[in-house]
Design a protein around this ligand. Structure first.
Ligand code: SME
Length: 158
């Protein structure tokens, strides 16, 4: 009952995207924009337990704003992790069971599934949105569509 009520109170995808469009206009710099966007996604989607953005800096993924438990993976080379695989291919990756994926770099023992969505501009990867869930197979094509739209908006600003 509580879950249904929470879902009905959550923003729908178009509202989330409109809020991000407003933030792009109002936030003075990329870091404050990204901080607001990760908080918004974390708040509006209860199955997003850890939400962060990595930026590609000097050929390495560097952790930017995030919401959730601190992680030891603050810098990830492109050949490591699910994050590295998504950034090096430019493709969204959904992993239904992180413990069954040999690429997975663990951040938290509770994490069961993960989605990583590259942020790209004119075919160049600038960074990525990384989201972990404590639920197995938490991410659907619906999440992919939303987060790819969010990534396209962020690519204009970072
Ligand atoms: N699990 C990621 C590392 C980042 S943490 O999830 C925050 C990976 O396998 O690349």
């Amino acid at each position: 009952m509580l879950a249904i009520r929470r879902e009905s109170l959550s923003m729908h995808d178009p509202e989330i995207l409109n809020s991000i469009r407003s933030l792009i206009l109002s936030k003075p710099d990329a870091t404050s924009l990204l901080a607001e966007v990760v908080s918004l996604l974390h708040r509006e989607r209860p199955h997003y337990h850890w939400v962060g953005v990595y930026l590609l800096v000097g050929g390495e993924l560097v952790l930017g704003p995030y919401v959730g438990k601190p992680t030891i993976h603050t810098r990830i080379p492109l050949h490591q992790g699910i994050c590295g695989a998504a950034a090096s291919t430019g493709q969204t990756l959904i992993v239904d069971d992180v413990n069954a994926d040999p690429r997975y770099l663990a951040c938290s023992l509770e994490t069961r599934s993960e989605i990583v969505v590259p942020i790209q501009h004119q075919g160049r990867v600038l960074g990525e949105i990384d989201i972990d869930s404590d639920q197995p197979a938490a991410f659907t094509p619906h999440d992919r569509d939303l987060l790819e739209a969010v990534a396209a908006l962020l690519a204009e600003k970072i």
